[in-house]
Design a protein around this ligand. Sequence first.
Ligand code: ZN
Length: 204
Amino acid sequence: MAETHSLEHLVQALRRLPGVGVKSAQRMAFHLLQHDREGALHLARALEHAAASVQHCALCHTFTEEAICHTCQDPRRDRSQLCVVETPADQAAMERTGAYKGLFFVLMGKLSPLDGVGPHDIGLQKLFDRIDAPAQAPTGVSEVREVILATNFTAEGETTAHVIAQALKGRGVHVTRLARGVPVGSELEYVDLGTIAHALVDRR
Ligand code: ZN
């Protein structure tokens, strides 16, 4: 029957979301169809629009609707510092401290061999290319002199930081890591601002 086919199709589509199994997908599908048709259409349009318009910043790899994001275009930024974070949420946490004025590189993930996430699945090569041959921004880019590793203090974040530090050896940049004030096992997104600011000042 056509209608059950459509429902099954929707459930399968929702299951593509991380952490969503059959039961959750069915609950979402039933909810949207039973109680919120308008919301369902709104969701569909928002997904379609975002999937068509959001891309990666050519310089920092974060999500943006332009070729180069606003942060990378900002002429007030210190272009000699590049802070490497896992996600846009971690970047936002660093920004909220007000203690950092340099640029960012957003990996959009972390190395996680157990989950099959390798160097090619996150923005590592793009980061190395950026260090080797600084791309031209409209505001003019000077060399990155310091790379601050601000991946999370989880096992995977530490592994990612270690791999990047090893790869950057001999590339002519000073590599530092946020200091240990940030609790082990924690994600920057959830750490209080003062702690992050201190970890930044005390970086080694
Ligand atoms: Zn950018």
